[in-house]
Design a protein around this ligand. Structure first.
Ligand code: NAD
Length: 242
């Protein structure tokens, strides 16, 4: 991985470059950080987390500015050789927008801190629609996200459903969809803890979160009755019937 160069300008001083902070550098956060670094109009202000393990050590070695998301996290980070650029508050002071990639429910606690710092915030599908009042899928409702102080990117399942069925609807090929979502049960690295192998567990709660999220992203014709997590650890599958 190429080392990130130090970032010179201050928050808000360059109209065309958006400074992005990432809070939570796990499965999603590291991908968000990589994606930000590939954009011409964004710079990665830094990443924050509470752990000091391989995830943050790799980030530090790659030259990313690493911040301690809590005061307690800073000492252990330094102890394993991570150069700590500062606190989460200091990362927010360097950011125009923060992408919160912390686990479900942690992000909701952080929202007040982002608002107090005057930083726009993007949350993830683990949080509820009510947290921001806006659920984002670029192809479906980009325009309504403009100017907002926060939004929530729906889950990967929902994003793929809305993208696929939204494109069919835009092309005039879809009136109503009824589908079965077959998704993996956990991330590969935690499959030993709560993954299920060689079995199928039907979704017990109808409507599924995918159906609710799809509707909140304005793909209102969509009716996805339920998700079925089988014993897959490496892929999602979506079977749609029109
Ligand atoms: N993994 C997926 O496929 C996936 C897909 C879509 C959405 N999501 C959502 O994204 C969120 C993040 O998921 P993930 O898979 O990246 O989780 P993860 O556990 O891999 O990463 C979460 C990171 O946040 C850190 N963290 C925990 N508490 C924190 C705090 N208070 N402040 C800062 N950092 C903190 C953890 O140390 C960890 O590095 C989840 O809520 C999930 O619902 C995950």
């Amino acid at each position: 991985m190429t080392a990130a160069a130090p970032i010179p300008h201050q928050k808000g001083t360059h109209m065309n470059t958006i400074r992005v902070g990432v809070n939570g550098y796990g499965v999603i956060g590291k991908r968000v950080a990589d994606a930000v670094r590939l954009q011409n109009d964004m710079v990665l202000a830094g990443v924050a987390d509470i752990v000091d393990d391989y995830r943050l050590q790799v980030a530090a070695r790659a030259g990313l500015p690493v911040y301690a998301a809590t005061p307690q996290a800073e000492g252990p980070m330094r102890a394993v050789g991570i150069t700590v650029a500062g606190s989460l508050a200091e990362l927010l002071a360097q950011s125009d927008v923060v992408v919160d990639c912390t686990p479900k429910k942690a992000a909701a606690v952080n929202k007040g801190m982002y608002e107090a710092a005057g930083v726009k915030a993007i949350f993830h599908g683990g949080e509820s629609h009510a947290l921001t009042g806006h659920s984002f899928v670029a192809q479906a409702n980009y325009a309504s996200a403009l100017g907002r102080s926060s939004t929530r990117v729906v889950s990967c399942n929902t994003t793929s459903i809305v993208r696929t069925l939204g494109a069919l609807r835009t092309a005039g090929l879809l009136k109503r969809a009824r589908g079965t979502l077959i998704r993996r049960a956990s991330d590969p690295w935690e499959a030993h803890a709560d993954g299920i192998v060689n079995t199928v567990v039907p979704e017990k709660v109808i409507p599924s979160h995918q159906q609710l999220c799809s509707k909140s992203s304005r793909c209102r014709d969509l009716d996805v009755p339920g998700g079925v997590p089988p014993g897959l650890v490496s892929e999602h599958r979506i079977q749609d019937r029109q």
